[in-house]
Design a protein around this ligand. Structure first.
Ligand code: CUA
Length: 162
């Protein structure tokens, strides 16, 4: 009897954390998703990938000032390019990348500012990054998209404020 109780307590020491940890994670997920509004970047909407040239905002790829210190980079990815592949903003800017793919699955990875999003044909990705320090911030495609995948890159050039 005594031995049986000991085993039960020993098991309980594992059973309780194995319930408490997933429940704790679920609570953290719910709090951050609905309370703090943290979510996976992506699906801002649908777009016909065959009609990007005549669909706003992708008919005009480029960088646009949308407010004081705030820019929107409208980007199209395709085999094997980014349009635009060079983005210039002043230091201290907040840039919203609105991007999609015109053909296959690509990615937009800007390591220095922790941007990492898939670009899927038909879906519009939207992700925000802040560029405080002047310098070059390379970005690249990080989803294998064919023979010239490795040539798909560009850079954000952050210019010092004058
Ligand atoms: Cu595009 Cu890899």
């Amino acid at each position: 009897m005594r031995r049986g109780t000991t085993i039960y307590l020993y098991e309980l020491a594992w059973i309780l954390p194995s319930i408490a940890i997933p429940v704790g994670m679920l609570v953290a997920l719910i709090v951050t998703a609905f309370g703090a509004g943290i979510h996976v970047p992506g699906d801002e909407g649908r777009v016909d990938p065959t009609k990007l040239a005549v669909t706003s905002p992708f008919d005009q790829p480029g960088v646009f000032e949308v407010g004081p210190g705030r820019y929107e980079a409208r980007m199209v990815a395709g085999t094997w390019f980014f349009a635009p592949n060079e983005i210039r903003v002043p230091a201290g800017s907040t840039v919203t990348f609105v991007a999609t793919s015109k053909d296959v699955v690509h990615g937009l990875f800007i390591p220095k500012v922790n941007v990492n999003v898939m670009l899927l044909p038909g879906w519009v990705a939207r992700v925000v990054a802040r560029f405080d320090r002047p310098g070059e911030y390379p970005f690249l495609c990080h989803e294998y998209c064919g023979i010239a995948h490795h040539t798909m890159w560009g850079k954000v050039i952050v210019e010092p404020r004058s």
